[in-house]
Design a protein around this ligand. Sequence first.
Ligand code: IDP
Ligand code: MG
Length: 140
Amino acid sequence: MDLKKTLSIIKPDAIASKCQGKILDYLENKGFKVIAQKKLKLTRKQAEAFYEIHKDRPFFSELVDFMISDNISVQVLEAENAVSYYREVMGNTDPEKAEENTIRKLYGSNIQCNAVHGSDSEENAEKEISFFFNKIELIN
Ligand code: IDP
Ligand code: MG
């Protein structure tokens, strides 16, 4: 089995609606192992740095405001093909377009407040994991 890692964020909307536990339960039931986890509140600079690839998109400043509006919970998840598997169970960016029983369909509200983040490639997963976690936090 070729286990890989991906970075997950339970976003402020899902924390505020008390869906964190349900999402973690869902992920464990889908076979993901939570390797590392932390709760934090991003500063504006940190949120801007994390979403830097979107800095020229029209929704960038709204996205940053949303991501700093409350605590977030960040996880490193391990599974076979973790990146693509998490993208699949997370569902479409827009909860209205997401398939039934995906996290965003179940717990997302709209294209911005869509409950979770998941890395979009193995290369970005590595970068995003090291954005939030240092080496010692990932040894278990
Ligand atoms: P993804 O999270 O499915 O990978 P991205 O295109 O990478 O989607 O967008 C990052 C995040 O930016 C989304 O999860 C969502 O919170 C927000 N976002 C994306 N598109 C829009 C939009 O059209 N309006 C408002 N927010 C958006
Ligand atoms: Mg993305």
